[in-house]
Write a protein that binds this ligand. Sequence first.
Ligand SMILES: C[S@@+](CC[C@H](N)C(=O)[O-])C[C@H]1O[C@@H](n2cnc3c(N)ncnc32)[C@H](O)[C@@H]1O
Length: 265
Amino acid sequence: MRSDEIQAEKLVEEYTALAPAYDRRWSAYLDASLHMTLEKVAGLPAGRVLDVACGTGRLLEMLAERADVPQLVGIDRVPAMLIVARQRIGQRATLLECDASQLPFDDASFQLVTSTNALHYFLDADAALREIRRVISPHGNLVITDWCRNYVWMRLLNRILPWTRHAHVHTFSITELEQSLARAGFNINRKSRRKIDWFWGLMTVHATPVRGIRGWSLSPIRGLRDIHTSCTKSRSHKPLPQVAPTSCSLKPLPQAAPTSCSYKP
Ligand SMILES: C[S@@+](CC[C@H](N)C(=O)[O-])C[C@H]1O[C@@H](n2cnc3c(N)ncnc32)[C@H](O)[C@@H]1O
């Protein structure tokens, strides 16, 4: 088995076991980290919202309170987490099982994308950020909160966890996150980092797509110089009637189950 497959299995194993107790076990941590995220999201226009690695759906539930959110979508790799999210959020959000680096949505589908406490699990964070860049609209907003390696305990954790059976991959420093976002085609608007208690040090970054001439987006994959070929053209601005997964169909969901999506690139 390839090492990325082993890592992916570890993630599913770890979070399948954790799912039923996740909210209770991490409640203080979650309150603080989601609050940090909401501080950044508060002044931003919402619209169609995607929460990447939504876990048990706590942030989705908070975002569902907003009047300017016509459609909420959460994706996660682990079905057990999505089952808890479904119980929490009912039919107020669409939930999909898929990987952050292979999002089954059309280009420019979302006005706001969030991701909390998950970046350090992504096997290929650059690929995930590129996917987010692809599905976010040219005038959209991205808010990411995660552990921050600028803090000493987070640095230690980053060293220790690879030696355990934990699915952790890599804890970013704030500069690394900025660089990764820049490679994916984002500008950093605001960033902050904070210790939420004696142990946990977190960071939150608000980023927006890099825009070229006349407000067009520049494709992160082809690089910033190639303005003519890399503009996402008019389809980026096309209003979509619904968030449309490109490779899996959204079926009416049974109350307690996430939609399973065997998306292949
Ligand atoms: C610590 S939990 C955070 C959940 C939620 N965002 C929160 O703040 O409570 C990490 C979540 O990331 C998900 N995850 C990790 N890697 C992923 C990936 N590559 N694609 C989608 N979800 C992923 C896990 O399944 C888990 O639900």
